[in-house]
Design a protein around this ligand. Structure first.
Ligand SMILES: *[C@@H]1O[C@H](CO)[C@@H](O)[C@H](O)[C@H]1NC(C)=O
Length: 427
């Protein structure tokens, strides 16, 4: 089970089996909630989906879209100058995803005690992130001068005035593939939005107002767990699974659009064939390894996923003339970290900092980071991989810096310019 496997990334091996029973109980409850939520929300989503047919008549696609963005940016400038007294509303991000962007949701939802050395580098305490420090999403938030996102499930100390993080470690894009699969995260968002609007209508001040929902950036970073679950299959069968994974992400974008979202920021998946976790899987021989020591086939699957997700974003963009849909390829910066590792001061790009077994990968599925037998690298050692699956703060910082240039994005815009553009639609 994907969620179990990914959970093992977070907890100790022994916990997984115990939690698995709880998972089925939770899954049952979740299924009931999802069924209810589907009944409740499907009509609106269906209406929105039909609506795209209308916008589909508008031709132009990317160029027209780019022009639209420019016009929107220009409108933003006009807006602020014409209403100088208006208070500038905060940047709002709603994020959906897995452990790559989970800022503590899994720990809060499952009551997991994520322990040191997680968080040792930057926060100097465990925060529920699976890393020694900050994640790419944290660096993105910092670049926009906003605080790190609070997890939706975290009941104490959360502040949602700059958005909500629905990402949960182990999550899949495929419904039912994990407890907090993308459909559940979507419904949690719809619940949050409906509840907010109810309160706004009662005159209550909510963390996010109507403008906040309308101008927010909707970020999605998911698919690694879905793909990972299939990678052991022959390559053609892995390829055959990709369209469905992508379809769930595309559906989520469309459903969010149906509920007023207009700015989307979608991440592809990373260089899975370079992860110590994947490289530690026993294999017959090394013929699949490329010049950098990564698994060719796994990386090809990751690139195929990214190509299809990029294509899905392109199609959605063509139909939603009034929306910005940006796809960002994280594979290239992540593969570059391995291929050009010496340039980044990294000695062992295919070895986990926190794991077990020493070189070449320091990864043992049964003796992972946080387990009693973990072997941990020095604080000042520069590693790409933190625990065999997730990246170190140092690696995340480099990936984020590259992503923030906009050069890995289609259309090639920076996330900051997406924030500044205004949305004409009244939601
Ligand atoms: C490594 O760095 C060089 C020079 O910047 C670049 O051209 C190349 O694409 C990089 N390799 C990868 C795999 O990204």
């Amino acid at each position: 089970m994907t969620s179990g496997g990914a959970l093992a990334n977070g907890g100790g091996g022994g916990k997984v089996r115990l939690l698995r029973v709880q998972y089925y109980v939770v899954l049952g409850c979740v299924a009931a909630v999802v069924l209810f939520a589907c009944l409740k929300y499907t009509p609106a989503a269906a209406v929105a989906a039909v609506g795209y047919g209308f916008w589909g008549g508008a031709v132009g696609g990317q160029q027209q879209h780019a022009a639209g963005l420019a016009a929107a940016a220009a409108a933003a400038t006009t807006d602020t100058s014409s209403s100088t007294t208006a208070r500038r509303s905060p940047v709002v991000i709603f994020n959906f995803g897995d452990s790559n962007s989970d800022t503590g949701g899994m720990a809060a939802a499952m009551g997991l005690r994520i322990a040191l050395p997680e968080g040792r580098t930057y926060f100097r305490r465990p925060t529920g992130r699976l890393s020694d420090g900050r994640l790419v999403i944290d660096f993105i938030c910092e670049s926009l001068n906003m605080p790190h996102l609070s997890p939706y499930m975290k009941s104490l100390g959360s502040d949602f005035s700059n958005g909500v993080n629905f990402a949960i470690g182990g999550s899949t894009a495929t419904p039912g593939g994990s407890t907090f699969s993308l459909d559940v995260q979507l419904h949690q968002f719809l619940f949050f939005r409906t509840r907010s609007i109810e309160l706004i209508n009662q005159g209550v001040r909510t963390p996010i107002d109507r403008d906040g929902f309308r101008n927010a950036i909707y970020m999605i970073d998911i698919g690694q767990n879905d793909l990972s679950a299939y990678l052991h299959l022959p390559y053609d069968q892995v390829l055959a699974k990709i369209p469905e994974i992508v379809a769930h992400i595309k559906f989520t974008i469309e459903a969010l659009y149906g509920h007023g979202a207009r700015k989307f920021w979608v991440h592809g998946t990373g260089a899975l064939g370079c992860l110590p976790q994947k490289l530690s899987i026993p294999r017959d021989d090394d013929t699949d390894l490329d010049g950098n020591g990564c698994l060719r086939t796994y990386n090809a699957a990751a690139r195929a996923f990214n190509e299809q997700l990029a294509a899905a974003c392109r199609r959605v963009r063509q139909r939603m003339a009034d929306a910005a849909v940006v796809f960002t390829d994280v594979y290239r910066p992540k593969y570059d970290l391995v291929a050009n590792h010496t340039r980044y001061g990294v000695e062992h790009p295919l070895m986990a900092c926190c794991g077990n077994g020493g070189p070449p990968h320091n990864y043992n599925h049964f003796k992972m980071c946080m387990s009693a037998e973990m072997e941990l690298c020095d604080m000042d050692a520069r590693f790409v991989s933190w625990d065999g699956v997730h990246y170190t703060e140092a690696a995340n910082a480099i990936v984020a810096e590259k992503i923030l240039t906009g050069e890995y994005s289609t259309p090639p815009v920076r996330i900051a310019s997406l924030v500044d553009s205004t949305v004409s639609n009244d939601g």
